[in-house]
Design a protein around this ligand. Structure first.
Ligand SMILES: *Cc1c(COP(=O)(O)O)cnc(C)c1O
Length: 229
């Protein structure tokens, strides 16, 4: 399904309005928030439409799809690609070439593979698993400090903060409150790593209330995703 221009504009206006409302409700300035539009499964035409509406931060969760879309939109100035999915270590160097920020640093091997001393700082967020299920993405809270230290010791990576997805079986607000505490632990190791990537289409207001700085919003803006290919 491809969004028509006017529908897309309407959804963008609606979501940005709700983001601003959620921020003001907790005395935060909406201008301090970064909204990433997650375009996974959608065509590069949607990225083009978003760019035409003035949006610059887009997110993808699979390397092959991202790489193709980056190539197809290479003529668009100023796009920032955020990688939000699990990254295979063997694809990490390729992903580094087009990525502005990786939100899914979840293990040593991917951190090591992304680290290249090439004078460019790739922004990174350590992804934390807020569930009890080790099969979910992210490092467990127990493993947080060692992974953070690893990122801090890796050339070519600049730690911005933490990232998480709210568990399905917990109130998002309480999950994001836990994330905020984990963010404090990261800031104790690096005061500059104070950003929080949290909040999706259905829980961004709760994330904003708990200090999120980077929202990752898909369907509320893009419309329903086409079936996974
Ligand atoms: C798909 C995805 C999103 C966006 O999800 P929506 O519910 O469509 O807003 C955010 N974060 C990650 C990691 C995703 O994979």
């Amino acid at each position: 399904m491809t969004a028509t221009g006017s529908d897309l504009q309407g959804r963008v206006d609606d979501v940005f309005g709700r983001i601003a409302d959620a921020a003001r409700l907790v005395d935060r300035d909406p201008a301090t928030l970064t909204t990433i539009v997650v375009t996974k499964f959608h065509s590069d035409a949607l990225v083009r439409e978003l760019h035409g509406l003035g949006l610059r931060d887009v997110g993808e969760n699979r390397h092959q799809e991202a790489q193709a879309k980056v190539a197809a939109t290479a003529d668009l100035a100023g796009l920032r690609w955020h990688f939000v999915g699990q990254l295979q270590s063997k694809k990490a160097k390729q992903a580094r070439a087009y990525t502005f920020a990786v939100h899914s640093l979840d293990r040593d091997s991917v951190v090591d593979a992304l680290g290249v001393d090439d004078g460019i700082s790739l922004e990174g967020f350590v992804q934390i698993n807020l569930t009890d299920d080790p099969g979910r993405g992210g490092v467990s809270a127990d493993g947080l400090e060692p992974l953070v230290e690893r990122v801090l010791g890796t050339p070519g990576l600049r730690l911005r903060g933490v990232m998480a997805v709210a568990p399905l079986d917990e109130e998002p607000r309480s999950a994001f409150a836990r994330l905020r505490d984990l963010s404090d632990r990261v800031r104790a190791l690096d005061p500059a790593a104070d950003q929080i990537s949290a909040g999706m289409s259905h829980d961004f207001a709760e994330a904003i209330a708990e200090g999120a700085t980077h929202l990752r919003i898909g369907t509320a803006i893009t419309g329903n995703r086409p079936e996974a290919r």
